[in-house]
Design a binder for this molecule. Structure first.
Ligand code: PMT
Length: 379
């Protein structure tokens, strides 16, 4: 006698992927982005250059099809924009896939929210707008790097807004990068939503703030499965989010099987960071997970790779300032106590070091080894 299983088996990852892309439409700009990416990759492949795809910024979760309201996260894109500059400095061509209006390489130096770019300028005696003397050297250096990247055509900037845009772009650009083989590198610094509203459960128009404007619809009288995911019931906005399938496995095994893949793991609880990063490495079997804590991410990260666990820290006295960061928490996730009070040990005039200037050369070194292994495996 055959018995029916009580619970439907979980769809495989591949089926979840097919379903996601079949039911959540591609972004309008995708084809245009892909032709830019194809030309960019072809050019750098011919020149034998390594190409890094850097993802950056947060993904939105729209609640309506004609989107007025959405869920977002904290990411400003500092990690991605800063890292892109150091990848360029290390000789990579960079595809910078970022959340629209988040920070961009080079211009990020003058577009952060504590200081407007106008603060760096003044009018001279003749009324011409010039850069203030005290910022000349720094701005000249940034401008030169930016101009060089433009001249060499080593930086391609692509945008996304929603989680669905991001996943479409990531999958399709990864496929475009396949001919690069092991010379491709993925650096997944974007803060990707884990939950979303699927298209078939999204309302078309702006959610009304009061139930009386729902054209007589009483959602509490409709079966749960047929209610929109985001709706007003009584006086409350109710949102049922569904899990976004994890796409890292598909990236590693299917979309970019020869590339080096670096993912990030963000936590807020220091006691979880290393274990969660190890778990991600075990589960997705890629090359490197970079763990970081929300409060200390500008000064310390942990590299978790098949070679083990390695902490990367900006030395005390060379740490960049941060409004939201908590410097005293450095060392907590590794069980070390940062016994010196940083404020009293900051050396006046010592230039600040961005942690990405330590992260990227380390990754580039790992990437060289992987490429050499791939090359020797071929012989
Ligand atoms: O932009 P900043 O303000 O400078 O902040 C930088 C940062 C903290 C956002 C960055 O350093 C960082 O940690 N980014 C990754 C945050 C994140 O998405 O972590 P996660 O634990 O949710 O995901 C881990 C990995 O799984 C990510 O590489 C992500 O690409 C991947 N993922 C996530 C969700 C999903 N549905 N599928 C995935 O494959």
């Amino acid at each position: 006698m055959t018995t029916q299983p009580l619970v439907e088996p979980l769809p495989s990852q591949a089926a979840a992927e097919d379903d996601y892309f079949a039911t959540n439409p591609q972004p309008a700009a995708l084809q245009q982005h892909l032709s830019l990416a194809r030309a960019f990759v072809a050019r750098h492949a011919v020149e034998g250059r390594k190409v890094a795809l850097v993802t950056s910024g947060g993904t939105t979760v729209p609640l309506e099809n004609q989107t007025v309201r959405y869920i977002d996260n904290f990411s400003a894109g500092t990690r991605g924009a800063t890292s892109a500059e150091y990848f360029l400095e290390a000789g990579y061509a960079v595809i910078f896939l970022h959340r629209q209006f988040s920070l961009l390489p080079y211009s990020r130096h003058y577009s952060h929210n504590t200081r407007s770019f106008l603060d760096f300028m003044r009018e001279d005696e003749s009324g011409r707008v010039v850069v203030d003397q005290e910022h000349q050297n720094e701005m000249q250096a940034v401008l030169r790097q930016y101009t060089e990247a433009k001249k060499q055509n080593t930086l391609l900037i692509l945008t996304f807004v929603s989680i669905t845009d991001y996943l479409w772009e990531l999958r399709e650009v990864a496929k475009v990068m396949q001919p690069l083989g092991p010379r491709a590198l993925f650096y997944l610094a974007a803060a990707v939503s884990d939950f979303f509203v699927p298209r078939h459960r999204m309302v078309e128009h702006k959610i009304q703030s009061a139930e009386e404007f729902n054209q007589g619809l009483r959602y509490d009288q409709i079966p749960h499965a047929h209610r929109p995911a985001a709706r007003v019931e009584g006086r409350s906005l109710v949102i049922d989010l569904e899990p976004v399938p994890k796409f890292l496995k598909q990236l590693v095994d299917g979309w970019a099987p020869q590339a080096m893949i670096v993912s990030f793991k963000l936590e807020t609880d220091p006691s979880m960071l290393v274990n969660k990063a190890k778990y991600a490495l075990g589960r997705y079997a890629h090359h490197l997970v970079i763990g970081n804590l929300l409060t200390t991410r500008k000064w310390e990260v942990v590299f978790v790779s098949p070679d083990g666990v390695k902490w990367v820290r900006v030395p005390r006295g060379k740490r960049t300032k941060s409004v939201s960061g908590i410097e005293s928490l450095i060392g907590q996730a590794s069980g070390e106590i940062d016994e010196l009070d940083s404020a009293t040990h900051r050396f006046v005039g010592e230039p600040a070091v961005e942690i990405e200037s330590l992260i990227i050369p380390s990754i580039a070194e790992m990437h060289e080894k992987l490429m050499a292994n791939a090359e020797s495996g071929k012989q």
